[in-house]
Every structure is written in C-alpha cells, then in structure tokens.
Design a protein around this ligand. Structure first.
Ligand SMILES: [Zn+2]
Length: 385
C-alpha cells in the first residue's frame, strides 16, 4: 500500500507525500513544516470565452514571473536542504504532489460562466498540481524503478478521484512534458495535473466522436475499445501487448512519434483501474518510455497525456481512459514545428509512417541482454589434486 500524508505549505497550498509500498510512510515534523513564510497566494487569472471557436482561453499573465530552468542548487522540487528551502519541506521523499505556486487555473474553485458569448469572462477556477516523480534532480520517468512507477500511478489515481470531486471541475488531466524543446521550465523529473472548470477542446472533440459511435452501437461498444481490437487484429502498428494494457501507433498518427497506451477494459479514468491493472501499468508504461528513449542517443522530448472521461453525463459513459504519448521529433537532429497547416488549420501532415515507427519501437531492447553463463570457478588455491 502506498502511504499518503497530506500537509499545508506556508501560503496555504496543499502538499501530499506518496510513499512507496513497503516503506514506513511515517512522516514527521520536518516533512510537514514549511518555514519559508511565503506571501499569501494571489488572485486567480481569468478565463475568456472565444465566441469564434466556442472554446475557453485561460489568460494567465501572472505566470510570467514563474521559475524558469533554475540551476540544480536552486531547484524548487528537490528535497529541502539547509542551503535550499524548496517547495518540499522533507529532506527526502518518494513521490510528492503539490499545488502549483504559479497556476494557470485556481486557487479558487467553481463553475465556468454558463451560456457564454462574446465578451464573457470569469475567474480561472480550477486547480494545477505538480507531481514530483523522484527526489533525484536528474534522470527521467523511464529510469524509475517499477515500485516508484507504481507509486506515481497511485498518486495519479488518488488525485483524479479527489480533483474530480471538487466544485466546478469538468475534466482532470494528468500529463508530463519532457524536454526543454517543448517548453519544460524545470529539469527535475516531474509531471502536472490540471483540473479544468470546462471540457477542453480536444477532450470535447474526442468525447463527441466517442459518443456518436456509442449511440450508433446502442451503447454496446466503445470507439476506443473497437480501435484497440482493430489494431491488435492488424498487428502492424502494435508496440507492446500485456494482459491488461496494449500500446500501438494509431492508424492515422498525427505526430512523427505517437503511441497510444490503452487498457483492455473500458474504464473512465485512472481511479477506476483495479490493483492488477495498476501493477501492470507500472511495468508497461516504463517499457513504453524505455522504447521512446531507446530510439535516439539523446533524450526525446515528449508529451505524455492521460485522456480521462470528462465529468459530464453525456460524454462519460462512452469515454475510455487512454494515454496519448506524442513527440515532435522526426529524426535524431530534427523536430517538427507546427506550421501553417497544423497551427492555423489543425490539419496535420505527418512525415513518418505509423507502421515504420511501430516497427522501430518494437525493435528497441528494453530489458538488458541475459548475462553470459558464468565461467567455471577456478580451483581454490592451495588445493592439489
Ligand atoms: Zn531538483
């Protein structure tokens, strides 16, 4: 069992320790006392309604002051030392989740304005959390142990359940941006969780397609479940298959590197996975990330995005938890930039074929080669035949 300890930072933000199964999980005063005396939290930013597209835009100009690629000895998510009082009061930890000091959404909670039109705006309600995957400043998720990976999954599941119950929250989105090339502002291995007061454009589009398919099949099958079955049947784009999860490059991948990791059972979100599913996810997610990291000699930037069912009565029954991992990397020294067709029109042009990417990912060895058989032990010295 993952031990969970919640505490409050000096400006009132919540911080939660998730300690690996098998550790004591006992957290003393040093872990729960933040002596920094931080100033009170500011007001939330603003959401404005874009009537042209029927979408919300968060205006978060206050985030311009946030920490940007600090040197390692000033990292805000390393454990606290006498020389560096960080966001995390403890001198050591396994996995930590805390409210972002510079959130795009929150700290206030509540619904987005109803019946919006041109000129509608409101406070940017919601919550933005940071998930520190490890106390180690360098490295990445793919280098975590299975035990630690499992603790992160438990944290994602617990936060999904809690954030889904907060007033006004319509969607909970755990994700990881990896690599400065895609805008990471802290090197320390970490992810984030956003709880939005509205359904995001991408979730809305996926949700509508899922609901349409579900209705056309009288609620007897789901779009993602049917795509998973089709990909497993076709085989050419599969990356890995487990008992409870499979990963494939989707038929119409948009990005030069794109993999979807899908549970075999329809569940709305990470909180709905059972213990056996979470155990396997801890392993297959590491396997997938090792394959991504094995493609090139240098770390590949990626966005790892959990698509969870929106908190919406119409969309939720047809929705199906899955991960979409995407990267703009199209060669060892080339990144794809979203240009006219993609950025202006949302019409993707992919420079790779999904089948060749899947083949390359399958070929990456993710487990060390078996050690050669040991040589026969030399006869002990001083013993004569
Ligand atoms: Zn750090």
């Amino acid at each position: 069992m993952t031990a969970i300890t919640s505490t409050t930072l000096s400006d009132g933000r919540e911080l939660i320790y998730f300690d690996d199964a098998g550790t004591s999980g006992q957290r003393g005063a040093e872990a729960t006392a933040d002596h920094r005396g931080l100033p009170a939290r500011g007001e939330p930013g603003e959401v404005r309604f874009d009537a042209l597209t029927d979408e919300w835009v968060a205006v978060a100009a206050h985030r311009q002051a946030r920490t940007h690629l600090p040197p390692a000895d000033q990292c805000p998510i390393c454990p606290t030392t006498p020389a560096n009082a960080t966001e995390i009061p403890a001198s050591d930890y396994d996995v930590v989740v805390f409210e972002n000091r510079f959130p795009s959404l929150g700290p206030s909670l509540g619904p987005a304005p109803e019946h919006p039109g041109w000129g509608t705006s409101g406070p940017a309600h919601g919550r933005c959390e940071v998930v520190a995957f490890t106390p180690e400043h360098t490295g990445s998720f793919s280098g975590l142990s299975s035990t630690r990976s499992r603790t992160v999954i438990e944290a994602w599941a617990q936060r999904t359940e809690v954030l889904s119950s907060l007033p006004g929250v319509k969607q909970v989105f755990p994700f990881e941006n990896r690599g400065a090339d895609i805008g990471v502002t802290l090197h320390h291995p970490h992810g984030q969780i956003y709880a939005y007061p509205y359904i995001t454009p991408r979730a809305g589009a996926l949700g509508a397609a899922a609901r349409k398919f579900y209705d056309a099949n009288d609620g007897r099958s789901t779009l993602t479940g049917s795509l998973l079955a089709a990909e497993r049947q076709a085989g050419s784009r599969m990356v890995l298959e487990g008992t409870h999860f499979s990963a494939y490059v989707p038929f119409a991948a948009r990005w030069p590197l794109e993999v979807h990791l899908v549970p075999h059972r329809q569940v709305p979100d990470l909180a709905a996975l059972n213990g056996a599913e979470k155990d396997e996810l801890a392993e297959v997610y590491l396997d997938l990330l090792k394959r991504i990291d094995g493609l090139y000699p240098t770390p590949t930037p990626y966005i790892s995005a959990w698509h969870q069912a929106p908190l919406d009565d119409l969309l939720r029954p047809a929705s199906y938890l899955h991960l979409q991992l995407t990267s703009p990397r199209r060669a060892a020294d080339k990144l794809k930039y979203l240009a006219g067709s993609e950025a202006a029109m949302g019409a993707f042009i992919n420079d790779t074929t999904p089948e060749s990417v899947a083949e390359r990912l399958r070929a990456v060895a993710t487990t060390p080669a078996p050690a050669p058989a040991p040589a026969p032990a030399p006869a002990p010295e001083g013993v004569s035949a």
